[in-house]
Design a protein around this ligand. Structure first.
Ligand code: GLY
Ligand code: MN
Ligand code: MN
Length: 438
């Protein structure tokens, strides 16, 4: 038995028992989910398990499983292991994770239905109600308050979860190093992506999200999703936003590289300084909205120093000009979901509004130890946003000649994953880079 995982399961049991009891439920059933099949065909999309199931169990490739949690009892897992000659069935449960569960192996999906608590028991179900396993007569599906409280608990990572995220960072960093090498060799986006996968040793479906592998102007497309098969000539700049998973726990890392020294390389290094300042400011009690607004000020300082804008940072923020170059949020919670849950509510689940004029910020909470979040400032040359600004009365606040000279390099984002500790913060990403040759 893995001791750290055992402690995690004990903590999960304590949290779920307390919340289920307080919310008036005798038991909670959590469903792994079932694969989706393409329309008019029999091919399955890549399976993504219910994150609340994954919070209990390292079973990422195990559809149809179900876990019943009852106060005072060992959690009971129905483990789906069919006789199947079309697919390779899951292996037997492994001792390192299975010892803390009562396990029933089932050969048919839904075999757990007959064993559910009987009439009179109050049962909550956490899972996709629309799937074939999903609907259970007499049960309450995804009760709002229960779900919100479980989401809030997921923002407080256990030692096991933090360790998974450290490993997910190390795995992704190996990929980032391979990707940078491939960029410097002049390879295409597609080939860089393959080098990334080879180094990470995960396939696309195992990654937490579709990697963003962007050369030159493509760096200005925030969620650039294509991968050109042919390398551009020249290959001036490279933005890669790519993570990895460890038992479904995600890392989400961005680096930007310049082909040559010069103004764009200098801008990367100025933004890197800002990014490290912001990451170092993370600590318990910090209102993330304040950090996001500080990022706008500091980015505006960089834009001014680079001669891209002509106005003071305060004015660039208040007029909305900073958002032309940095239109997204500073970051988000991360865990079993890349954009993890409960970023926009307080400890009681009440919404915490975004600052006016910042519609894309995904995290408005006060931070507490155990939170893991991203710090990802950016500076981009996004044609439609720039054109819109050019039409305003403030057009002269921008030096358009400087913008034009930098736009062929697309944009810059630098993104780390940061753990809030009692004393301050631990930068999981920088530590992973430092542990792999600096
Ligand atoms: N890779 C998605 C994000 O950074 O939020
Ligand atoms: Mn991110
Ligand atoms: Mn990212």
């Amino acid at each position: 038995m893995n001791e750290q995982y055992a402690a995690h399961v004990r903590e999960m049991q304590e949290r779920w028992q307390r919340i289920a009891t307080e919310e008036g439920f005798d038991a909670v059933l959590v469903l792994a989910g079932s694969p989706r099949v393409s329309f008019l065909d029999d091919f399955e999309y890549a399976f993504r398990a219910n994150p609340h199931f994954l919070a209990w169990l390292p079973l990422t490739h195990h559809p149809h499983c179900a876990l019943l949690v009852r106060p005072g009892e060992r959690p009971r897992l129905w483990y789906y292991q069919p006789e199947d000659f079309w697919h390779l069935p899951p292996t037997d449960p492994e001792a390192w994770w299975s010892d803390r569960f009562e396990i029933d192996v089932m050969g048919e999906p839904g075999a757990w239905r007959a064993a559910l608590p009987g009439a009179g028991a109050s049962l909550a179900v956490i899972g996709d109600e629309t799937g074939p396993d999903g609907s259970i007569p007499g049960a309450e599906h995804n009760p709002e308050q229960l779900l919100m409280r479980l989401h809030l608990e997921r923002t407080r990572k256990t030692g096991w979860e933090i360790d998974c995220m450290r490993r997910a960072n190390r795995r992704a960093v190996a990929g980032h190093r391979a990707a940078e090498r491939a960029f410097r060799e002049g390879r295409s986006e597609f080939d860089i992506h393959l080098e990334y996968l080879r180094a990470v040793r995960q396939n696309d479906a195992e990654l937490p999200y579709g990697s963003i592998v962007a050369l030159n102007e493509h760096g200005a497309v925030l969620h650039y999703q294509q991968r050109e098969r042919v390398a551009p000539e020249p290959s001036r700049s490279f933005l890669i936003d790519a993570g990895a998973t460890e038992y479904a726990y995600a890392s989400d890392i961005t680096r930007t590289h310049a082909g040559d020294s010069g103004a764009f390389a200098d801008l990367i290094s100025a933004l890197d300084t800002v990014q490290q300042d912001l990451a170092a400011a993370v600590g318990p009690g910090l209102d993330y909205r304040d950090l996001h607004l500080r990022a706008h000020l500091e980015i505006s300082g960089v834009l001014r120093a680079a001669g891209i804008i002509r106005v003071a940072p305060e004015e660039a923020v208040s007029s909305g000009l900073s958002a032309v170059f940095f239109p997204h949020g500073l970051g988000h919670f991360i865990g079993l979901q890349t954009h993890d849950v409960a970023g926009l509510v307080d400890d009681h689940g009440a919404p915490v509004p975004r600052p006016d004029g910042h519609p894309f910020l995904r995290l408005t909470r006060k931070l507490e130890p155990g939170n893991v979040l991203t710090i990802e400032p950016g500076i981009y040359f996004i044609e439609p946003l720039l054109s819109r600004w050019k039409e305003t009365a403030d057009a002269t606040a921008v030096d358009w000649a400087v913008v034009e000279s930098l736009a062929p390099c697309g944009g810059i984002r630098i993104e780390d994953n940061v753990l809030v500790t009692r004393e301050g913060a631990e930068n999981l990403t920088r530590d992973a880079f430092a542990g792999q040759g600096g």
